[in-house]
Design a protein around this ligand. Sequence first.
Ligand code: LLP
Length: 403
Amino acid sequence: MVDFKALAKEYGTPLYVYDFDYMSEQYTELKEAFKGRKSIIAYAVKANSNLSVVRHFAKMGSGADCVSIGEVRRAFLAGIPAYKIIFSGVGKSDDEIREAIEKDILYINVESEAELQRVESIAEELGRPSRISIRVNPNIDPQTHPYISTGLHDNKFGVDLSTAKRMYIQAKNSEHLDPVGIHFHIGSQLTQLQPIREAAEIVADLIRSLQAIDIELKFFDVGGGLGVKYGNEETIKPYDYAQAILSTLTALDLTILCEPGRFLTANAGYFVTKVLYEKQNGDKKFVVVDGAMNDLLRPSLYNAYHKIEAITDNNGKTREVDIVGPVCESGDFFAKNYPLPELNRNDLLVIHSAGAYGFGMGSNYNTRGRSAEVAVQNGKARLIRKRECFEDLICLEQEFLVD
Ligand code: LLP
């Protein structure tokens, strides 16, 4: 059990707290689920890119799925070896492609024909062939929130099957490209197995048709997306997830690459915030806290549910309140009509499931410094990112001040 009161006292609020032991358990469960096949778990760095978090996974043997050269650099800094790093994303710049090839990462996940051309030219310039994988968009509805659905033709990600095939042929015929993998990722927070199985089947069929024309791939990259419990949703068990994928690969000798983000970190993280005031507008009751949408955007952006626990001496009956932050936006809330007991100034609220897409989607809106981050492991806490101060926020502007 994490002692949130003690941590808030020591490190202040708002504060992110991550349970590293829980992250280890999640990693091990998923890795085990794929045993019997060669597999690489490539942690999706975007979910929580704190260097200590990435390092924690590096020590467990994880690779990294990156979506910018910044994330690639983080992965290297955290100790992930080049041969386990992959680089995805629809809009890689020339500089990013160049650096990825120079760093000799496992492969670049190519998302369009135009990008394939750029990778080929840059590899030629460098005199160094580039390993690539192609992101296929299987046109499957993942049945998740539209903002985090990625595998439909309406979404900007990947290429359709016939384009992918053309691209593989082009890559195979190029001396500057080495096609080694195939990739799909249909969405995030997936709680249904069927769309994953269907997507895997479509992509496995494509692999077979490529084999028929002598294009042999090594990596079957199934993306991330495994959902977690925020409230009482039914989730997919890692074992069933792995079985559904593996069942599509009969007679194919491929290494599975899996890119989980949320599954590894979401429920390891807590956002701890302090009650400043209670106020009433007509019938509506508000609890104003010191954390805000700039710290944890998910409720404002996706109307996402996060369980909220009050740490207070008042354990009496609850009433429904809106929990809001100090930012000047009506969308600045963590929950609406949420049952909480009477609260006193300085009581703590702990927002659960905040370890993925929490801190990383934070901003400095309203000139608010981002929270500190703390890791808890083996019962011990340590600071893994300092709270930002005012000077951190203005340092890139200050020298440009004119009269
Ligand atoms: N691989 C690719 C290619 C991805 O686009 C993503 C997530 C992942 C892996 C990791 O997905 P995960 O295992 O975490 O579901 N900000 C949103 C989630 C955006 C996900 C973007 N892509 C949220 O807070 O729900």
